[in-house]
Structure formats: structure tokens, C-alpha cells
Design a protein around this ligand. Structure first.
Ligand code: NOJ
Length: 560
């Protein structure tokens, strides 16, 4: 039963959503108190980022206990209450499953590192120094892989003289999925959460779980350390592991949603992961469209060409048309704010945020709305390095500046691409701390909350919020939105994004002006569309004429 084809997911980043106890950090009781906002929007599913006990080295993606709640966020009883409140509103709750790695403070890792003979040694990746080299000597790391958070992907543990692998921070050792007992422990933990009532999982970097066990050096000439990701992105056993997980955890349970976060996944692989006949996952998050405005790394910024965006998203639409399913998103807790990145967060902010919503939500796939996106929240005005909190940004700054980069240049890229942009507190109202906390927020509230906030948006029928509400309603009421086929139009147009969706005799034309100048959509069958009904948006200058950053949906019936 693919109920999620007509569903919309709302992503909550707990640290930044709502703080009930005044410590400046969001919590579960805070989320429960704001659920009506999500219900009013019409979302079907709430995805909760990690709330497990964690040293918070990577904001909770470093888990030290899979079966409890971090006291910062509340207790298991608070979790059960939140789950009941979500269900009482007819919504589902999906939790974050982070099983490519744990925290180095997880009991499994403590045991694993305790000795070379530990029964849990092979639950993680331990290797001796490079042949002929002394542990700890420069370049003695077992491979030349780089960590996604700067520096080598290996850390020496002096107690046993071996290195452990950490693709992310050194406090996030990678689990070794080759070990059957480890896999069984994870499946058992997943069943435990399902029995508690959760409705599925968003699986963190789950296409990294199978590594080439030989752990070969990475290719490339990026200096001493190179990505190495060709040896762990969609590795040799990834499909086998996910099929096993499905058999062990999901088979026979209805109404769940499983989505795999998969950096570097190809369309071909995504089709395999999400082909229902193969019983692996329902959908995946791919990253192609959020890498088009970067060079070799995410910090290397370049302008986005609309043609590239259309070519990429169009290819994913076509690639998963017959088998498999797409997830749709512009932003999440790892990406800058969508309206600042793909639209205009100045003069045309409201129109651009609505246009982005219209274009994305009318694609075929399951849309994800990241908290605050429905208000058109923007990137934050970070002035100094001290304003940032995220480990990825701080490590990148330290590494680049130590290597001689201009600090101002590095800061400029953090401002544009840093993950803290998405993590500033949710803007509930115009009060001093935006209604997020009564204490000192862990990351500064964006000063524009005075204008951009949920209270103001709810009161304004023309707000971004009400626009999202209408789009979500449309997905629920118009079968063509969820189930229709997809045809990209105007692939070379540098300003207008245009496509059609068709189911039976109903056809939609979706238009988005990705520029600050008025534009005419030179679509085929223009005459027919000029006579069509305006389903979403307005058309003061005519059905195919778009004002700056304007989006629109037209609806026609074809005589068959
Ligand atoms: C992806 C998560 O979304 C991100 O926030 C995290 O830092 C990495 N995976 C590592 O868990």
C-alpha cells in the first residue's frame, strides 16, 4: 500500500523547533505544544531528527544510546506522549535512524575499543597503521580517505595501537555491517521502536553502510587525503543489507514509510533501492540537485544554471517513472534556506518562496517541507565565526585558514552554505526570542522574525504558509498531483521552469519564473493553456505571463 505517494512530510529539527523549559534548546514537549501548526498545514507525516542520548558533537547524529531520549529533549515518556499527540491528529511519526555510525561514547564502541580481542572488536572498522609505518606517524593512516568533516577519516586509538574509521567526526566511528551480530542488534532496536508505535525511519547516509572490506586507497589527487567515497558509496553489499533489513524489520507491517538518505546515489541505483518488487526502501533522498551550485566541494560556490536544475530533476523524474519513487526537497537541516539559495530573499521573498513550493510540490514524488520553509524563512546574517555552531563549518574554517585561505573568503562561503542557516530557531512570533524560548537560544534567532513568523503568516491569507497549505490540500484532492505522469518542457529556457502532469483527461501545466524579471512561458500548445483554469496562483498579466519569481499551476481537460 503506497499511501505515501499522496503524503507530505514535515521535517522537525528538535533543537530549533520549540523550547518548553527555557534552557534555550528545543525539546519534545515543545514540539507537542506546536503540533497544531503542522496539522493545520496538512502534513501527513512528521520526521523527527535525532533525539537520542548524544554528546552532541554532530547535533545528535552521534548517538550514544539507541533506546532512550537525551535529557535535553525530554524522556521516553515525553516521546510516547508526542507520538500519541501526532497520531491523535491523524499524522504519522518517522524517526531518524543513524546506523552507519554511532557516537564514540556508545557502549558498543567502548567495548570494541577496550581490546583487540573484544567480542565487539569487529562491530567497528579497526585497522593497523599503513604497512611499514609507525602508528601516529604522519601518513600512517590505514587509507588516504578524508572525513566529511575535514581531516583524515581515521583516528588512532593509542590503547590498542590501531586506527578506527570515521567518515564523519572522530566522535562518529563507522559501524561494520559485515558483522552479522551487529546487523541483528540494529534490526532488534528498529523493531523495538516500531513496537513503540513509530511509523518508519529516515535512514541517515544509509548507502554508506557497505564498504569494500579491503578498504583500498581512494583515487584522485586531492592532496594527502582524498574522498575515498567510491569505496563506500553504494558498496558491494548495500542492496543485500537493505533487503535483509526489510525482511527482518519491515515485512508484514503496514503503513510504514522508509526513506534512505543517500549522498552520491545514481538514478539507476535509486531505482533498485525503491523498486517495490525488490522490497528494500520506499524512497531515497538524492543530492544531485543540491550540488549544482557548487564546484569540487560544497564551499566552492558557483551560480546555478536553471538548465542544469531542469536536466537533473527531469532525469530523476524520468528515471523513476515506471519503477521506484522520488523524494522531493529543496532544503533540510544540512542545506541553506531554500528561498535564499534558489530564490530571492529580498524584495520578492514571498513570491519566490511560493514559486519554489509550487514547482517542487507539483513534481511526482513525496515532498518534504523543512521547518520554517512554510514561512519562507531565510538564511541568517552570521557576522563572525563565533556566531556559528556547526562542527562541519567550524572544522572547515579551521582547516582552510590553517592551510592559508583568506578568513573572510571562508566566512563568506560559510554564510552561504553553512548548515546553521537552516538551524536557527523556528520563528513563531515577533517577540524578542521569536516565541521559541524564554531563555537564551543555543543559536541566535534570525532578526527578521519580527516580520517573518508563523503568527503573522497564519493571519495573512496571502502568506507563504497558506500557499503551502493549499498545495498540500491539492496533493490530497487531485489524483494527478500524486499519480500523474511528468513531462519537462522548455529544457533550455534560462528563466522559466515548466512541466506538465497528466492523469487520464486531466492535465496540469506548472510554471515557475526563476528570475527577477517578467517572463513569458513559451510552452507548446500555448493557445490551449491560455484558456485553461488557474488552479494555483494568480495570472494578472495572462496565463503564460509570469511576474518576477512568480509560480502558477494551470489545469486543462483534454478531449479524448
Ligand atoms: C547526514 C545528516 O543529515 C547530517 O546532519 C549528519 O551530519 C551526517 N549525516 C552524519 O550523520
Amino acid at each position: 500500500m503506497s499511501w505515501w505517494k499522496s503524503a507530505v512530510v514535515y521535517q522537525v529539527y528538535p533543537r530549533s523547533f520549540a523550547d518548553s523549559d527555557g534552557d534555550g534548546i528545543g525539546d519534545l514537549a515543545g514540539i507537542a505544544s506546536r503540533l497544531d501548526h503542522v496539522a493545520e498545514l496538512g502534513a501527513d507525516v512528521l520526521w523527527l531528527c535525532p533525539v537520542y542520548p548524544s554528546p552532541q558533537d554532530d547535533a545528535g547524529y552521534d548517538i550514544s544510546d539507541y533506546r532512550a531520549i537525551d535529557s535535553t529533549f525530554g524522556t521516553l515518556a515525553d516521546f510516547d506522549r508526542l507520538l500519541a499527540e501526532v497520531h491523535a491528529r491523524g499524522m504519522k511519526l518517522v524517526t531518524d535512524l543513524v546506523v552507519n555510525h554511532t557516537s564514540d561514547e556508545h557502549a558498543w564502541f567502548a567495548e570494541s575499543r577496550s581490546s583487540r580481542d573484544s567480542p565487539r572488536r569487529d562491530w567497528y572498522w579497526w585497522r593497523p597503521p599503513r604497512a611499514g609505518m609507525e602508528a601516529g606517524a604522519p601518513g600512517a593512516e590505514p587509507t588516504n580517505w578524508r572525513s566529511a568533516f575535514s581531516g583524515p577519516a581515521w583516528e588512532l586509538d593509542p590503547a590498542t595501537g590501531e586506527y578506527y574509521l570515521h567518515i564523519f567526526s572522530r566522535k562518529q566511528p563507522d559501524l561494520n555491517w559485515e558483522t552479522p551480530e551487529l546487523r541483528e542488534a540494529i534490526y532488534e532496536m528498529m523493531r523495538w521502536w516500531l513496537e513503540r508505535g513509530v511509523d518508519g525511519f529516515r535512514m541517515d547516509v544509509v548507502n554508506f553502510i557497505s564498504k569494500d572490506p579491503a578498504l583500498p586507497d581512494g583515487r584522485g589527487d586531492g592532496g594527502a587525503f582524498v574522498s575515498g567515497s567510491e569505496h563506500y558509496i553504494c558498496g558491494p553489499r548495500v542492496h543485500e543489507f537493505l533487503a535483509e533489513m526489510h525482511r527482518e524489520v519491515f515485512a508484514g507491517r503496514d503503513g510504514l514509510l522508509t526513506v534512505g538518505e543517500m549522498p552520491g546515489v545514481t538514478v539507476e541505483d535509486a531505482r533498485l533501492f525503491t523498486d517495490p518488487a525488490r522490497a528494500e526502501l520506499d524512497m531515497v533522498f538524492q543530492f544531485e540537485h543540491v550540488q549544482l551550485d557548487q564546484g569540487a566541494t560544497k564551499w566552492d560556490l558557483r551560480p546555478l544554471a536553471l538548465r542544469d536544475l531542469k536536466a537533473s530533476l527531469g532525469r530523476w523524474q524520468a528515471g523513476l517513472a515506471e519503477r521506484g519513487w522520488n523524494s522531493l526537497y529543496w532544503g533540510n537541516h544540512d542545506q541553506p534556506r531554500a528561498v535564499s539559495r534558489f530564490g530571492d530573499d529580498g524584495e520578492h521573498r514571498v513570491r519566490a518562496a511560493k514559486m519554489l513550493a509550487t514547482v517542487l510540490q507539483m513534481h511526482r514524488g513525496t515532498p518534504y517541507v523543512y521547518q520554517g520553509e512554510e514561512l519562507g524563512m531565510t538564511n541568517a546574517p552570521f557576522a563572525r565565526l563565533e556566531d556559528f555552531r556547526d562542527i562541519e563549518s567550524l572544522n572547515h574554517y579551521a582547516e582552510s585558514v590553517a592551510a592559508g585561505a583568506d578568513p573572510e573568503h571562508v566566512l563568506a562561503s560559510l554564510r552561504r552554505m553553512g548548515r546553521d542557516n537552516a538551524r536557527t530557531p523556528m520563528q513563531w512570533d515577533a517577540s524578542e526570542r521569536a516565541g521559541f524560548t524564554t531563555g537564551t537560544p543555543w543559536l541566535a534567532v534570525n532578526p527578521n522574525h519580527v516580520e517573518i513568523n508563523a503568527e503573522a503568516a497564519r493571519a495573512d491569507p496571502d502568506s507563504v504558509f497558506h500557499h503551502y497549505r493549499r498545495l498540500i490540500e491539492l496533493r490530497h484532492s487531485e489524483p494527478v498531483v500524486a499519480h500523474g505522469d511528468f513531462t519537462m518542457l522548455l529544457p533550455d529556457d534560462e528563466r522559466v521552469y515548466a512541466f506538465t502532469r497528466r492523469l487520464g483527461d486531466v492535465e496540469l501545466l506548472v510554471l515557475g519564473n526563476f528570475s527577477g524579471a517578467a517572463a513569458e512561458a513559451a510552452v507548446p500548445s500555448g493557445e490551449r493553456w491560455r484558456a485553461a483554469e488557474v488552479l494555483v496562483g494568480e495570472a494578472p498579466d495572462g496565463p503564460l505571463s509570469l511576474r518576477p519569481w512568480e509560480g502558477r499551476v494551470l489545469k486543462a481537460r483534454s478531449a479524448r
